[in-house]
Ligand binder design. Structure first.
Ligand SMILES: *Cc1c(COP(=O)(O)O)cnc(C)c1O
Length: 402
């Protein structure tokens, strides 16, 4: 295997890193290894403690050739020594929290984040004796004020789901490291192409690979990229002991999708820019948030930190009644986009997210945080994931339903 190769360009890396012609058959495309166990010639111990980076394949919960190939590809593109793939993006978040936090530790988590992560951090971690503060990470003073002597982890997201607020990753990394904490960032919305998270100081870069990395809406998975030392700790805890591993078939599908990630991200960005500009000029739309628009409240940070502004847009159409009416019309009349959750696929997806409901379920914000949320989302937003269709067809679809 051409594992660990570093190529000059990102498109070459996306295609060739982590794979090579099959040594036994010469197959140019990677064979799928559906085998739970591997015949071994070594008399090796069967404990997570016996695993080394050079261990042969032994059992698929430890390592599988297709999963290892995808891990090498993600690590190469993200610029890290290692990567651990997991059964889902949520399993990746759980892997970070349960590997690096213990009872008595304190974690700072973004006040607004992917709903599952927000609920896991707020409701589950305290049950295990881990203290959690939910903080608006775009307010650096609030982060500094929240740090305690036992703070071990700051978990950020950028852009933040669903409002597309950005986090200054270099500043948060510095705050974390000055205080002896790790910085993990959920970079699902940006993909490895959108930001050099590691260059900005992030220790652990997490992705739901269900989204842009897989890119075709057909397989669920997660990944965390980081140093060899941090990733081997996670493999020991999260993969071998907690067991939430990625299946070989999903790794094969996601690896195939990932070969075109840099090309797809260019097309997602171009499509999103065209649709965002059209939405912003339309009087039926009251607000558009897209990091590629100069009207984004953190446009300067976007220019500085993002190499690609990705395909996610959020927009408002006015009050709750108007939002619900447009959502209803979308369900009935959209011809190209699918009215569905998830994102990052070749098909465009749109979903209405009403603010008050989210406040009662996923996010329980204090008045200052809620005010900041509403400054981005108003009474509710449409979260729009621009796929790879022609922008004219997407615009015509939106024009039909607004
Ligand atoms: C989808 C998503 C997740 C969860 O990933 P799954 O693969 O659905 O488990 C986590 N974070 C973000 C930002 C997401 O969009």
């Amino acid at each position: 295997m051409a594992k660990g190769n570093v190529f000059q360009g990102i498109q070459t890396t996306a295609i060739h890193a982590g794979e090579g012609p099959d040594p036994t058959t010469g197959a140019s495309a990677p064979p799928l290894h559906m085998s739970s166990t591997f015949v071994t010639e070594d008399v090796a111990g069967f404990s997570a403690h016996d695993l080394t980076p050079d261990s042969p394949y032994l059992y698929a919960r430890w390592a599988n050739p297709n999963v290892a190939s995808l891990e090498a590809k993600i690590a190469a593109l993200q610029g890290t020594e290692g990567c651990l793939c997991t059964a889902s993006g949520m399993a990746a978040a759980t892997a970070i929290f349960l590997t690096f936090l213990s009872a008595g530790d304190h974690a700072i988590v973004s006040d607004v984040s992917y709903a599952g992560v927000a609920e896991l951090a707020r409701d589950t971690l305290p049950r295990l004796g881990i203290e959690v503060s939910t903080v608006n990470l775009s307010d650096l003073q609030a982060v500094a004020d929240a740090i305690r002597p036992n703070t071990r982890l700051i978990h950020s997201e950028s852009p933040v789901n669903p409002i597309l607020r950005l986090t200054d990753l270099a500043a948060i990394s510095k705050l974390a490291h000055d205080n002896g904490a790790l910085h993990s960032c959920d970079a699902t919305f940006a993909s490895p192409i959108g930001m050099d998270a590691v260059g900005l100081g992030v220790d652990l870069v997490m992705h739901s690979i269900t989204k842009y990395i897989g890119g075709h809406g057909d397989a669920v998975g997660g990944a965390v990229a980081g140093s060899a030392e941090l990733i081997s700790k996670m493999r020991f805890e999260a993969a071998i002991h907690h067991g939430g591993i990625l299946s070989p078939f999903n790794a094969w599908l996601i690896g195939r999708g990932m070969a075109t990630l840099p090309l797809r991200m260019k097309a997602h960005e171009a499509g999103a820019q065209a649709v965002a500009e059209w939405l912003e000029a339309d009087p039926r739309v009251s607000r558009v948030i897209y990091p590629g628009l100069p009207s984004h409240p953190q446009y300067d940070l976007a220019q500085q930190q993002m190499n690609n502004t990705s395909g996610m847009i959020s927009f408002q159409v006015g009050n709750v009644a108007k939002g619900e009416a447009v959502a209803q019309k979308m369900i009935q009349d959209l011809q190209v986009m699918h009215y569905a959750v998830s994102l990052g696929h070749h098909r465009s997806l749109v979903f209405w997210m009403e603010t008050q409901g989210l406040m009662e379920t996923s996010f329980r914000l204090d008045p200052g945080q809620a005010e900041n949320y509403r400054a981005f989302a108003g009474d509710g937003i449409f979260r729009l994931s621009i796929g790879l269709e022609d922008a004219e067809d997407l615009i015509a679809d939106l024009d039909r339903v607004l």
